[in-house]
Design a binder for this molecule. Sequence first.
Ligand code: GLY
Length: 319
Amino acid sequence: MAMNGVRQDNPVVVVHGGAWNIPDQLLEGSKNGAKASARAAYRILKMGGSALDAVVAAVRVLEDDVNFDAGTGSVLNSNGEVEMDAVIMDGKTLNAGGVACVQNIKNPIDLARLVMDKTEHVLLVGKGANQFAEEMGIKEIPVSQLVTEEARREFNCYKQYGNAVEELFGRKKDLSHDTVGAVALDMHGNIAYGMSTGGITAKRPGRVGDSPIVGNGGYADNEVGAVSCTGHGESIIKVCLAHSIISYMEQGMSAQEAAEKGLMKMDQRVNGHGGVIVVGKNGDIGTFFTTPRMTWAWVKDNKLHYGIEDNEDNCEDFE
Ligand code: GLY
């Protein structure tokens, strides 16, 4: 039976723009992008809109922002091509929709939503996903519209995937990008998460990361909360990071405690680094990362919080 959540007077949205070695020149743009994303989602939630619509709005803003590795600005695979993954999940029904390895699509999060709403499936990949997009009337765009100078520059730096991982998520250098994501709790007590990514620079063609795999890169359940992960996808998949965090919350941990425990376990078990954002069914929030930086923002009680460095927490009124 579908679960309706407990009515909330105070909706919540939390977004991230990726956990990695974010270079200084991207700090301002990344923070502004995360703030704009959180604001777009919160406007929907304040008007009584759904958590699903809010996470789509949040992710779209980040996909359209060249500071982030999703949609426009996606990194390039080892063939020098864009291949993007996206996902959405409804915590009320546990329905989900995802796409992987799609090309020529401006906003993969919209396609993921259509997979959830219009098919019997959870995940469509590659050509099949592009074919579905065509059937749904989503216009293909020239891939050159998605490729930024920054993505080309990174591609030239990281021709070998094996070299890229430590440099993106470890503490050696400060290049490349990672996933964007959002979790939201609406006034009706419903919870959702959505994510989108170009993956990892110089990945093999056909490589799928954690993001579109439900329970790995993210999860949403009205009875517990929602999680969206970012970081090294292969590590996240190995420890089923999102669902582990959900399980810790079911065992009584707060959103913050569960976020920290999940990422510490990933570090200890597979030496993997990343970040997570979490919202609990009652609106408690968790944000944590084990990479040098993570762009995040959240809005609750008309207050917008955001940051990027360890222990950074700026606050503004939501307007
Ligand atoms: N976390 C994004 C990826 O590894 O594809």
